[in-house]
Design a protein around this ligand. Structure first.
Ligand code: HEC
Ligand code: HEC
Length: 194
C-alpha cells in the first residue's frame, strides 16, 4: 500500500497542491492580477472601444469622443434607427484607403450593444470598471470563459487593432491584452478598491 517510494510522493504532491492553493490567494498573486487588470482597463477605456460602449444612445467618434455626426442613434437592437441603420454606411470591412481617411470604417455585425444590456465604461474608476465587466446583469450574461472568447475573437473587438483611416489602434497589442485578461480572470477577477 503506502510504502516504498509511494508515500513520500503522495506527501510531496499534497504539499505542492497546498502551496498552489496558498499562492493563488497570496498577496503577490493578487498584486499581479491587479496589475494585469490595469492593462485590461487601458484597452476597455481606449477610444476605439469606449466610443461604442456608451451610456447614451448615440455612438461617439474620434479620440476626443465627440458625438457621431448625422444624429445616428442606437435604435431598438443597437443596429441604428429603423430609417438609418448603421449598415447604410458601415460595411463588413474597412473601405480601401483610396476612399480617404474619413470613410466609414467597417466590421461584421457593426452596431452598438442593445439598449437592454448597454454597458458604459467612459470615465469609470478602475474598481467600478472592473465590477461592471464582471456583472452578468450588464455584460450579456457572460462568465469569464465567455468574456475571454469575446475579447479574443469578436470582430468588433478585433477592429480596435485595425480601425482604418487615420484612427489610432488600441495602444496595447491584442495578444498581450488577451494574456492579461486571462491572468486576471484566472485569479478570480479581483477588483481594485478605489
Ligand atoms: C462598433 C461598435 C463596437 C466597438 C468598436 C467595440 N464594441 Fe464591444 N460590443 C459591441 C456590441 C454590439 C456588443 C454586444 C454584442 C453581443 O452581445 O453579442 C459588444 C459587447 C462587448 C463585450 C461583452 C459585454 C457587453 O457589454 O456585452 C465586451 C467585453 C466588449 N464588447 C469589449 C470590447 C472591447 C475591448 C473593444 C475594443 C477593443 C470593443 N468592445 C469595441 C460593440 C462594439
Ligand atoms: C450616414 C452614415 C453613417 C451611419 C448611418 C452611421 N455611421 Fe458611424 N461613421 C460614419 C462615418 C462617415 C464615420 C467616419 C467619420 C470620420 O472618421 O470622420 C463613422 C465612424 C464611426 C465610428 C468610429 C469612431 C471612432 O473611433 O473614431 C463608430 C464607432 C461608428 N461610426 C459607429 C456607428 C454606429 C454604431 C452606427 C449605428 C448606430 C453608425 N455609426 C451609423 C457614418 C455613419
Amino acid at each position: 500500500m503506502m510504502e516504498g517510494p509511494t508515500r513520500p510522493l503522495l506527501i510531496a504532491a499534497a504539499l505542492a497542491f497546498g502551496l498552489a492553493a496558498y499562492r493563488r490567494f497570496s498577496t503577490p498573486d493578487r498584486a499581479r492580477a491587479l496589475a494585469a487588470f490595469s492593462t485590461v482597463q487601458q484597452v476597455f477605456q481606449h477610444p476605439r472601444c469606449q466610443n461604442c460602449h456608451i451610456p447614451g444612445d448615440a455612438p461617439l467618434q474620434f479620440d476626443a469622443g465627440l458625438p457621431h455626426a448625422m444624429a445616428v442613434a442606437r435604435g431598438p437592437a443597437g443596429r441604428g434607427a429603423p430609417g438609418l441603420p448603421c449598415a447604410t454606411c458601415h460595411g463588413e470591412s474597412n473601405p480601401p484607403a483610396s476612399y480617404g481617411p474619413h470613410a466609414p470604417p467597417g466590421a461584421p455585425h457593426w452596431g452598438l450593444p442593445s439598449p437592454e444590456h448597454k454597458m458604459a465604461w467612459i470615465g469609470l474608476s478602475p474598481g467600478a470598471l472592473c465590477e461592471t465587466i464582471k456583472d452578468k446583469q450588464r455584460n450579456g450574461g457572460r462568465d469569464f470563459a465567455a468574456l475571454i472568447t469575446h475579447v479574443s475573437e469578436d470582430k468588433l473587438v478585433l477592429w480596435g487593432w485595425n480601425p482604418g483611416g487615420e484612427r489610432s489602434p488600441v495602444s496595447v497589442p491584442h495578444d498581450e491584452f488577451v494574456a492579461r485578461f486571462k491572468e486576471w480572470a484566472a485569479a478570480g477577477g479581483p477588483c481594485p478598491s478605489d
